[in-house]
Design a protein around this ligand. Structure first.
Ligand SMILES: Cc1cc2nc3c(=O)[nH]c(=O)nc-3n(C[C@H](O)[C@H](O)[C@H](O)COP(=O)(O)O)c2cc1C
Length: 406
């Protein structure tokens, strides 16, 4: 596709269409799909349409500053790359390509527990800020081990994902017989003429595809064995005592990912957690979980400005980011959009996706009359249909505090 993809990837939806064209169906569906009826995935995306802007163009922001301070780092845009397992399945060295793109764009990259490269190999790129995502495992010693390795490798923040305590039921993967490493019959290969560049690029990688962080030094475990073991590694009995223990262990910002309930958000603050990510895992875990944008106001209210609240799920436009920030988020993370970028052109594809967000956020802020992120607030939104939105409780725009937490 050479550089033609650049012209054709004029927005994130177009990048998704290009990714669909270049990836074998089971690989595309692994990233694109969600749990069961995929209702939470659809709800995540649709929730943004329910929130309309009330722009104030006569504020006349000649230029916009989109930078945000987050956990002591200045990010050039309020969009970070969220953790997505097996990034190296979409492009050789996919995670390191994406991390380099994030660093060049002035934002943070969060490495998944389930990356193909090890957390140390990612750190060798020097890409920063870099965050590491972990789970609570039945073998608590392994949770401690990953945390300590992340500390030693200079990660800037630790993300503890709490909504993956059981594996979600992703039916596209079941239907496609998704296997790792991918296996293709002669018939599949014959049907895959348009996927040939991916196959040629990835074929030499197949033997190296593994969950890098799980491989014990000297052990020769296949990815299939490790993937099979994953469900036994996770612990549905994890609880706040585990959060307390990780809090004691990790010296640096600790962020809980997968918060939807205001009570859990308030508890997180009480436990000394430094930030929460309002997330339903992109609809890949509990189908029917609330759309993240709909859950955001309740979490923002519970946290009451004490720690930053981030959001992911269905963020496809710069305007979606601006909507979330108006409702109290400090920044958004993207999952699938960066995988689509990496699938199309590796680092350049992710850089392109981040640039799309940058341009769209800038344009949306300019059209809304906001010069800085601190100018965004509920006064720029028409009260949405959602019953939880706090906007209706605000009186006039002038009475709304324009001060945002980080
Ligand atoms: C292919 C894929 C793999 C993912 N792997 C992880 C993971 O290892 N850890 C995690 O916390 N979240 C994981 N997620 C969830 C994302 O971090 C994020 O919550 C979600 O993708 C956000 O929704 P979006 O894809 O609509 O942007 C994964 C998502 C996808 C699409």
């Amino acid at each position: 596709m050479a550089e033609r993809w650049r012209r054709r990837a004029y927005n994130v939806a177009a990048m998704r269409a290009l990714a669909r064209a270049v990836l074998p169906r089971p690989v595309f569906d692994f990233a694109d799909g969600a749990a069961e009826d995929e209702s939470s995935l659809r709800a995540n995306e649709a929730a943004f349409d329910d929130v309309s802007f009330l722009p104030m163009p006569l504020n006349g922001p000649a230029a916009r500053d989109m930078s945000v301070d987050l956990f002591g780092e200045r990010l050039s845009i309020p969009v970070l790359i969220g953790p997505t397992g097996l990034g190296g399945l979409f492009w050789p060295d996919g995670e390191r390509e994406a991390a380099r793109a994030a660093a060049a764009a002035g934002t943070a990259y969060c490495l998944s527990h389930g990356s193909v490269c090890t957390l140390e190999q990612l750190a060798e790129t020097g890409a920063a800020p870099r965050w590491m995502q972990v789970f609570v495992y039945r073998d608590r010693a392994f949770t401690r081990e990953l945390t300590e390795r992340a500390q030693a490798a200079g990660y800037d923040a630790l993300v503890l994902t709490i909504d993956n305590q059981l594996l979600g039921n992703r039916e596209r993967d079941v239907r496609n017989g998704f296997a790792i490493p991918p296996r293709f019959s002669p018939l599949d290969l014959a049907r895959m003429a348009t996927k040939l560049p991916w196959l040629l690029r990835m074929r030499p990688e197949f033997s190296r595809l593994t969950f890098g962080n799980y491989v014990r030094p000297g052990a020769n475990e296949s990815l299939a064995t490790l993937a099979g073991r994953m469900s036994q590694l996770l612990d549905p009995a994890m609880n706040w005592a585990d959060v307390d223990e990780i809090r004691r262990l990790w010296r640096g910002p600790l962020i809980l990912k997968g918060i939807l309930h205001p009570a859990e958000a308030a508890h997180a603050v009480a436990c000394g957690v430094d930030g929460v990510i309002v997330s339903n895992h992109g609809g890949r875990q509990l189908d029917g979980a609330a759309a993240t944008l709909a859950a955001l106001p309740g979490v923002v209210e519970a946290v009451a400005g004490r720690i930053p609240v981030l959001l992911d799920g269905g963020v496809r436009r710069g305007a979606d980011v601006v909507r979330a920030l108006c409702l109290g988020a400090s920044a958004c993370l993207i999952g699938r959009p960066q995988l689509w970028g990496v699938a199309v052109a590796g680092q350049a594809g992710v850089a392109h996706v981040l640039d799309i967000f940058r341009r769209e956020i800038d344009r949306t802020m300019g059209l809304c009359g906001a010069a800085r992120i601190a100018d965004l607030g509920p006064h720029l939104l028409l009260s949405p249909r959602g019953p939880q939105c706090p906007i209706s409780r605000s009186s006039t725009p002038m009475s709304i505090s324009m001060t945002r937490s980080a």
